[in-house]
Design a protein around this ligand. Sequence first.
Ligand SMILES: [Zn+2]
Length: 73
Amino acid sequence: MPPRRKPAPAPAGGLLDWSHSSHFHRDARPCRSCGGMTHLRDDHGHPSHKVCAEAEFAMVVDVARRYASQERL
Ligand SMILES: [Zn+2]
């Protein structure tokens, strides 16, 4: 059986680094999470508020940790 991968570490302080200009777009679009308008884009180019992306990331990390602690990954 291959070794299990550990969940990706959360960014320091749970905050994503969106300082690169690629995260800003001149056109506002609805956030994929809350539907509010935003000029920001996630790492995949989808419209998202930074706080919404951080909340999603925190939830994913939490789920991965829970599964890992139960040895389901
Ligand atoms: Zn949002």
